[in-house]
Design a protein around this ligand. Structure first.
Ligand code: ZN
Length: 508
């Protein structure tokens, strides 16, 4: 027995070290990608693409290696392995199973086609010409269908296999009623706020906000959130993002616009929320699934909670507004806190997803979800996309794009084959509302904490309830564990009601 245990321990140590090698290769790739988006000179692009492709391939090879399969099998057959090790093995097996099911020739073809698709998408968007993009997009869809079939989808539909890549366990059958309810909730709010006579003074946000002070302000907020700058960085990039190479190196970027206050600060808080998740994993599990995010939806719930539930709350700005006024005296002198708060929470249907407010944002996602689903069920074809996109924009948001660059061509996701990714954003909003409803029960003086700028208890709550577990639970288990029920859009509806009814002086 002793011998058996020791052999077991040895093999599982070997397993962890094999998993860490894969993680390190991916992290090395992520460092290169971070550099590419921040400091790399433009001519470095070609070599960088090669370096990234090589590291991706090496990581993929290691994940699919026979030896790893054997180690996983051996460790999962252990009778007395701890719960943590069991979870570690289960999740690592999940990753490997998905990876080995897809033939390497298909992996290569997808990666090459997406490389072309990305370049063509950039050109098509610039020229505002979907027809340029359609042939290669059609090819990407075909290849992703093949991938879905290779992975398998049980009794479900091919699109499920793609959803599962971003939100493990999610299926169309499960998401459809959630999405339908969210659409109903959201359209009601959009309608009521559009009909309100109260309008926010959004011009306040378009005054001059010097960049240096914006940066200073961003750092101040991040520190209050408990973001560890010895285990992270804040830089600027064209598209804000967060990335992580280890529990102790989780970085964020933001972008600054001197003439728009919202851009930098809310991107900083949003990405900071992502980074706090990564900084909140347990160091001892670094490089294993127990120090990884459960899903993109859960990841997004962290950023949305900080950005919207905390970052756009009146209580928080009671603390930060006087500080902002000191930093931006020209723009904010004479501005009332209430007007500022209303302005940063304006609900306004718009064409571009990334510029959307927290209410209309969901409708942008629902349009993409419905189109992707129809595309993968064969109900519609790639060439139908522009018209259907515009029709849905008109139906859900009341506005119709005049050109494809502000419609179907606006997102990068399809060009890299990221079908199934969009729902994560919406799920993030829903999870965030459900977390914060329960967090408020646990942290009795929640509002008071915000008005005092004391955000550490919020971070700690997230650390304890969500971050420290890594992938020990899946999303469905975690939400059940914390809130005692499955994901329920009603929480999001309540959150919107409590916030936007008084702001717009409306009822729905
Ligand atoms: Zn995000």
């Amino acid at each position: 027995m002793v011998r058996y245990k020791e052999a077991m321990k040895l093999n599982c140590t070997e397993l962890v070290s094999a998993l860490r090698d894969i993680y390190d290769l991916r992290s090395a790739r992520a460092v290169l990608e971070w550099d590419q988006s921040t400091y790399m000179p433009p001519k470095g692009n070609d070599a960088r693409a090669r370096q990234i492709a090589l590291l991706s391939e090496l990581a993929h090879q290691k994940l699919c290696a026979e030896k790893l399969g054997e180690l996983l099998l051996y460790c999962s057959s252990g009778v007395d392995i701890s719960d943590d090790d069991q979870a570690l093995v289960r999740e690592a097996r999940r990753d490997r199973d998905r990876a080995v099911k897809v033939p390497s020739s298909l992996v290569r073809e997808i990666s090459e086609t997406c490389g072309q698709a990305h370049a063509i998408w950039i050109e098509a968007r610039k020229k505002n010409n979907f027809k340029l993009y359609a042939p290669v997009l059609k090819k990407v869809v075909e290849l992703k269908k093949q991938e879905a079939h290779a992975i398998g989808f049980g009794q479900g539909v091919p699109y499920d296999a793609l959803l599962d890549g971003f939100e493990p366990g999610a299926t169309v059958k499960m998401l459809d009623p959630i999405i339908a309810e969210t659409r109903e909730i959201t359209t009601r709010v959009v309608e009521a706020t559009s009909n309100s006579r109260r309008k926010p003074k959004i011009r306040i946000l378009r005054r001059k906000y010097p960049l240096k002070q914006q940066e200073q302000f961003g750092f101040a907020v991040l520190l209050k959130m408990g973001y560890d700058l010895d285990a992270g960085r804040l830089d600027s990039a064209v598209h804000p993002f967060s990335t992580s190479f280890d529990v102790e190196d989780s970085r964020i970027t933001t972008r600054y616009d001197e003439r728009y206050f919202n851009d930098a600060i809310f991107s900083t808080i949003h990405e900071g929320g992502h980074a706090l998740y990564e900084q909140g994993f347990q160091k001892k599990y670094s490089g294993t699934p127990l120090a990884e995010a459960i899903s993109m939806g859960i990841h997004e719930s962290q950023s949305r909670l900080w950005e919207n539930q905390v970052g756009r709350s009146l209580q928080l700005w009671k603390y930060f507004f006087p500080k902002a006024r000191k930093l931006f005296p020209q723009a904010l002198s004479g501005v009332k806190l209430e007007d500022f708060y209303f302005a940063i929470n304006a609900v306004q249907p718009s064409l571009i997803r990334v510029d959307a407010d927290e209410v209309t944002y969901n409708l942008h996602i629902i349009i993409r979800y419905e189109l992707e689903q129809a595309l993968f069920s064969g109900e519609i074809q790639v060439q139908d996309l522009p018209k259907l996109w515009n029709d849905k924009m008109k139906a859900y948001l009341g506005i119709r794009p005049r050109k494809d660059s502000e419609g179907v061509l606006q997102d990068i996701h399809w060009s890299f084959g990221g079908f199934g990714y969009f729902p994560s954003y919406l799920l993030g909003n829903l999870y965030a509302a459900q977390w914060s409803a329960f967090m408020k029960k646990d942290l009795k003086k929640f509002d008071q904490l915000l008005t005092q700028g004391n955000l550490v208890p919020i971070k700690k709550w997230l650390n304890e309830n969500i971050h420290q577990h890594g992938r020990r639970y899946n999303a469905q288990q975690l939400i059940m564990k914390i809130t005692g029920e499955a994901l329920n859009p009603e929480y999001f509806g309540n959150y919107l009601r409590d916030k936007f009814q008084p702001l717009y002086d409306v009822k729905w």
